[in-house]
Design a protein around this ligand. Sequence first.
Ligand SMILES: C[S@@+](CC[C@H](N)C(=O)[O-])C[C@H]1O[C@@H](n2cnc3c(N)ncnc32)[C@H](O)[C@@H]1O
Length: 286
Amino acid sequence: MSLGKYEQEVIAQARVMLEAAGVWDSDSDLNSLVDRFIVRADKQRALEEFKLAVSERCNRIPLGHILGTVEFDELPLVVGSGVFVPRPHSTVIHKWLDDAELDKGIRALDLCAGSGAIGLAIARRRPDMEVTCVEFEKIAFNYLNRNIARLATKDVYVNAMQADIYDSKTFAPFRHQVGLIVANPPYVPQQVRLQPEWGNHHPTAAVYSGADGLDLIRQITSLAITLLITGGWLVIEHGEDQAHSVRELFEQYQLSEIQTVIDREVSDTTGTSVMTVGCLSNGVKA
Ligand SMILES: C[S@@+](CC[C@H](N)C(=O)[O-])C[C@H]1O[C@@H](n2cnc3c(N)ncnc32)[C@H](O)[C@@H]1O
């Protein structure tokens, strides 16, 4: 297949970049990348790979893990085995953010960040914010760093921090410094059986969270009120049947302007898109 002038230029530029990056067999790697992403010269091999992918999907491997990428809020993210595949459900957070009129230049935390989808999408929409994505699991943290590096090429920037949200001391530098905390934590009760994609092929720590599914949400809320500035916002995704409990929890910590947002247009076998937001309007706690 003959390549156009622009494609040839892009490939020539890629050769220079691979060599400059110290890739040791850059020609061979370049050929593989061109074959995978620009032309499939070998149609028979393409068909074989298609059949293998279908067989994996029949084994209920998540589509994102097979494709190796997922589009989230217009961001092309890399994902794979060992990391949670971001769901469109979480874009409810970004729709809220677009209307929220938060101050410019505030610090934001994405707790339980996984591949970094939510934090990176915030940074794309609000480049004035200083976003830090927090994740404790090594594999997920590696994907987070890959996505951060790759999206820097699109001028989207966030920081990464490997930390357990139960380790409050780690968060000392953020104490009363943060204007926005978002989280899509694990929230499935441990006795619930899920589709194999979630129950068997996602890390347990990415999905389950204690007997009522609220362990992580309780920890995030208690941590958040020590980190938020007065007027700062806490935004947590959860299951629809958990809305009442999450509101009660927010009230217990004296958050105000509490609102549960449900987006029924984003709904699938994993549930409906639901989040609760609250504001720390009374200032310093704990
Ligand atoms: C439901 S996944 C969501 C990932 C990401 N926010 C998204 O929407 O794609 C929850 C993430 O929380 C992480 N996690 C679980 N417990 C944690 C803890 N104690 N501290 C930090 N991260 C944790 C898991 O490793 C997983 O990546």
